[in-house]
Design a protein around this ligand. Structure first.
Ligand SMILES: O=P(O)(O)O[C@H]1O[C@H](CO)[C@@H](O)[C@H]1O
Ligand SMILES: O=c1cc[nH]c(=O)[nH]1
Length: 260
């Protein structure tokens, strides 16, 4: 019997096919927009659907309840808008299903804890790499500490922000599975490894996108503050203006990815 690694997460299996393939369960739709915005802001997604007279294209059936896939019209073109579940594993599963439906170019937008004092509330941040402190990415990519974002898609997102006159910084995020285990020591070592933000999905969805050959970039905004001695919540979940803006910027960038 070969010796087993200390964690099952280190036993990467490169087999391209699994017993349950999303494409076998979910039929591709001819009317599915290829450009897709993933967002963890359920409140802002609802506001956007209402404001743009969006429609529900599909309702995916999940054990914890239905998952809607909306179509909105942005800059006179259709874009898919999907409220995402919190956490890497369910987000990766839903991304798989969106790929099966026919989406191809993804811009994800969410909030994150700031690990550096200069990341003010609402500060925009483009993810260039994610530290894989979660489980899901290890089922898609061989073991490594980080997953890099797709450079082409990051370039399009960067240019979109610049054209819109929106200041941003860029860098590495720490993707964790355990929101309530962000200890002082762990934060210190993640900062020493270059992480500026902490959230729960970036590494997982970047790994799915890389495995499936999809374009995906991730835009975050500075939420709560973990850079000091004590946690500062900073009212990050009430920042409606920033959340609404992020969805619109993400839609513009996703459409640009689909413009020849
Ligand atoms: O503001 P959102 O995007 O939800 O992001 C962060 O907040 C959630 C945890 O409360 C996780 O989804 C994490 O990634
Ligand atoms: O995962 C997260 C998201 C926001 N803030 C945190 O501290 N952790």
């Amino acid at each position: 019997m070969p010796e087993r690694p200390p964690s099952p997460l280190l036993e990467f299996d490169p087999a391209p096919k699994a017993l349950i393939e999303p494409g076998a369960l979910i039929r591709q739709r001819d009317d599915m927009p290829r450009a897709c915005v993933l967002t963890w802001f359920r409140d802002a997604a609802d506001r956007m659907v209402e404001a743009t007279f969006g429609r529900r294209l599909q309702q995916l059936r999940w054990e914890d309840g239905p998952r809607p896939v909306y179509e909105i019209v942005h800059e006179s073109r259709p874009v898919a808008l999907v409220p995402m579940p919190v956490g890497g594993a369910p987000s990766a599963g839903l991304l798989e299903e969106l790929i099966a439906l026919g989406c191809r170019s993804f811009i994800a937008c969410g909030g994150a804890g700031a690990l550096q004092p200069d990341l003010a509330p609402g500060h925009l941040f483009v993810v260039t790499s994610a530290l894989r402190d979660e489980g899901t990415s290890h089922h898609y990519l061989p073991p490594s500490r980080v997953v890099d974002s797709d450079p082409h898609t990051v370039g399009v997102l960067r240019r979109t922000l610049t054209d819109l006159g929106l200041p941003f910084t860029e860098g590495r995020t720490w993707t964790t599975d355990a929101f309530y285990r962000e200890t002082a020591a762990r934060i210190g070592s993640r900062v020493a490894e270059g992480c500026c933000m902490v959230e729960m999905e970036a590494a997982s969805i970047a790994a799915v996108a890389q495995f499936r050959g999809m374009r995906l970039a991730h835009l975050l905004y500075g939420g709560d503050d973990l850079a000091g001695e004590v946690w500062d919540e900073r009212g990050w979940q009430d920042n409606h203006e920033v959340r609404d803006r992020l969805i619109r910027v993400a839609a513009t960038a996703a459409l640009r990815l689909e413009t020849p």
